[in-house]
Design a protein around this ligand. Structure first.
Ligand code: ZN
Length: 271
């Protein structure tokens, strides 16, 4: 297999979303300022001998400023160059959305499913986008019971799309191929899917998505600021740590800028 990491730009946001209470107030300093940080958003494209083109995650929609609720836009604004947008990242490799065979969405937050819009009516959209059953159930529930069509980072219009079917992952593990595995790592959200790819010459890669935002969450054993289930969060982090030790794996964290900068980016690839 060839594994490409696609740089899709950045989000700016308060560090407290990623790392719970990074700067606790004290009696001497009761109101410490928020720390405003820039983090990457990326996708992983695999050219697989048996599966064809496989895409893990779908970053933000290029027209985010038209599609996202006005309330969310200033909270984590999306920044990008034209070249970083998913359509352009695929195009530099000669790949069109119609060419992609399998799409896996780690979870249905707006910065991971935004470009599903481009899969309406395509081969992958008709086949069914792989999403965990617990994720789809939760995302549908929370966007249909309140007064608005979004809840937290779930935005109905970003995943409820005509021409996009879903193929549900059930249970904890799905082997797509002997060298490509999906795992259910809940905590951040109920149905988060991580991907483990065993390459021939570059070793094993574990893409955690937002099961672990930053390496610092893992090394400090520290919660993020967005967690659905705190017990599951730590269990998933433990499982990821065990797998990374077993395979001496490279971990692709959800949004760690420093670790992301260390990865090769498309058009370079791992194989
Ligand atoms: Zn995210």
């Amino acid at each position: 297999m060839k594994l490409f990491v696609l740089d899709n730009g950045t989000l700016d946001l308060d560090l407290a979303w990623l790392y719970l209470i990074p700067h606790p107030g004290t009696v001497d300093n009761p109101n410490p300022p928020a720390e405003w940080v820039t983090i990457p958003t990326y996708t992983v494209l695999i050219e697989h001998p048996d599966l064809g083109w496989v895409l893990y995650d779908a970053t933000c929609h290029p027209e985010w400023d038209r599609r996202w609720p006005k309330e969310l836009q200033p909270v984590f604004p999306y920044r990008f160059t034209e070249k970083q947008l998913l359509p352009a990242q695929l195009e530099q490799l000669g790949v069109r959305f119609e060419d992609i065979d399998v799409v896996i969405i780690s979870h249905l937050h707006l910065d991971h499913c935004g470009c599903l819009d481009f899969f309406r009516g395509t081969k992958a959209g008709r086949r069914g986008i792989i999403v965990h059953e617990d994720e789809l159930a939760h995302a549908l529930k929370v966007t249909h019971v309140g007064p608005r069509d979004f809840a937290g980072a779930y935005v109905k219009g970003e995943f409820e799309l005509p021409g996009v079917q879903y193929d549900l992952m059930v249970g904890n593990h799905l082997e797509l191929a002997p060298d490509l595995h999906l795992y259910h790592w809940p905590g951040h959200t109920p149905g988060l899917i991580g991907m483990v790819a065993h390459t021939k010459h570059s070793g094993t890669f574990i893409f955690t998505s937002d099961a672990i935002y930053l390496e610092k969450n893992l090394t400090d054993w520290h919660l993020s600021g967005i967690v659905y289930d705190t017990v599951a969060y730590f269990r998933s982090m433990y499982a990821i740590r065990q797998l990374s030790r077993k395979y001496q794996a490279v971990i692709g964290y959800g949004h760690d800028m420093e670790k992301f900068q260390q990865l090769k980016k498309a058009p370079e690839y791992y194989e």
